[in-house]
Design a protein around this ligand. Structure first.
Ligand SMILES: *Cc1c(COP(=O)(O)O)cnc(C)c1O
Length: 395
């Protein structure tokens, strides 16, 4: 057993025998690439010239004044395609090219990772197929249209619950048959090793920039660093360079949906138990027989029944703390950020904001907090409008 593949008891490679070699090849290629200055130069070239990095660390004046502590926002919403996901996609597709692959596949739930992958595939001239649950295809018509415009083929997955969990299973199955010319671009810090490690490395640019930017602004580390947690990619990227800075408190915010007690939530950390899904061992929402349960959140991007294995480890080791906020709390925070700062956040990111406002109440005016604003809210305007009209998400 490859010890490196584990974070404490979590992680690993729970895949069919036929994929073990493929994963070993990906790992070897990745380790070589990230120690090759030419690869890093290319990766950072595209982050700068195409994605638009670095993103600002914005001091949010009005919410800071209102909540009585310094609140800085890491503006991942300003990236090309509107969220952090493109950081990881650029890295993985450059790796795929380096390995001589000509095709990429991806899974998507809300469609955000599908759009980011289709974008990278267009940029680097790769054939792209995106697996998406039938249910999600209907719910996310706009993102399906975007992917098709970008030249990707969207495959409807009709099994199980017809959502992300099933699309991911299908993508893994397809990869096992096509790995010779195909690279699987995973969209969060999940999946079999080495994916959680790769995704963390490609998202770590968030904390690398933020730590330096905060140092320039305040001359020290922030007291608190916070991010929302779906599978855990923007949060692990936001935590990465702070993990070995013990004075910095790390907080991950999951979706409590309609409330943890209702059973309709997406909080794998609050109520999940260790189990195996999508090639990894981690905390998962499951019933008493170990069947994976459907997650619920008003935000499609947090609607995942598991969490990345490094987060499971950070939680058990006590280095990071995980909390959950409800749909209603997130939507209140979304409107507040919109009206006090003129920034419409993604509903995912609004979960981190909601807990930031709660946390600020126990902090002093001299202390400071960095919140990862993982994406912008343009994609969510229909959901927000239905919510405000009282349709669908009354608590
Ligand atoms: C996908 C998404 C998330 C959740 O995914 P993580 O892997 O947990 O980061 C959060 N915010 C936005 C804007 C997203 O698109």
């Amino acid at each position: 057993m490859n010890k490196q593949a584990y974070y404490g008891e979590f992680g690993g490679q729970y895949v069919s025998e036929s994929l073990m070699n493929t994963l070993a090849e990906v790992d070897a290629a990745f380790e070589e690439a990230i120690h090759d200055p030419k690869f890093l130069e290319e990766y950072h070239y595209y982050l700068r010239q195409y994605v638009g990095r670095e993103t600002p660390l914005y001091f949010a004046e009005r919410i800071s004044a209102k909540y009585g502590t310094k609140i800085y926002l890491k503006r991942e919403d300003l990236n090309h395609t509107g969220a952090h996901k493109i950081n990881n996609v650029i890295g993985q597709i450059l790796l795929a090219k380096r390995m001589g692959k000509t095709k990429v596949i991806a899974e998507t739930g809300a469609g955000q990772h599908g759009v980011a992958t289709a974008t990278g595939a267009a940029l680097f001239n790769m054939e792209c197929t995106v697996y998406m649950g039938k249910e999600d295809i209907q719910r996310q018509a706009l993102n399906v249209m975007r992917m098709e415009m970008l030249g990707a083929k969207v495959v409807s997955v009709e099994s199980g619950s017809n959502t992300l969990k099933d699309a991911t299973n299908e993508a893994i199955r397809t990869w096992a048959k096509t790995a010779e010319d195909t690279f699987y671009v995973i969209g969060s810090a999940v999946g079999p090793y080495p994916y959680p490690k790769m995704v963390k490395e490609f998202q770590a640019v968030i904390s690398r920039e933020a730590r330096r930017q905060h140092m320039e602004a305040e001359g020290r580390n922030p007291d608190v660093v916070m991010a929302c947690v779906g599978g855990g990619s923007n949060s692990i990227g936001m935590f990465a360079d702070f993990i070995d800075q013990p004075e910095v408190e790390l907080i991950g915010v999951e979706a409590a949906g309609k409330g943890i007690e209702t059973g309709e939530h997406a909080s794998a950390m609050a109520l999940g138990k260790p189990g195996v899904l999508h090639g990894m061992k981690s905390y998962l929402l499951q019933d008493e027989d170990g069947n994976v349960q459907l997650a619920h959140s008003i935000s499609a991007g947090l609607d995942y029944p598991g969490v990345g294995p490094e987060h499971a480890y950070l939680r058990d080791s006590g280095r990071a703390k995980y909390v959950a906020v409800t749909d209603t709390e997130a939507m209140d925070a979304l409107m507040e950020l919109t009206q006090l700062e003129g920034i419409i956040p993604a509903i995912e990111s609004a979960h981190a904001m909601a807990y930031a406002f709660q946390k600020a109440k126990e902090m002093t005016p001299e202390q400071s907090m960095v919140v990862c604003l993982s994406g912008r809210g343009d994609k969510d305007v229909n959901t927000i409008s239905d919510y405000l009209a009282g349709k669908g998400y009354l608590n």
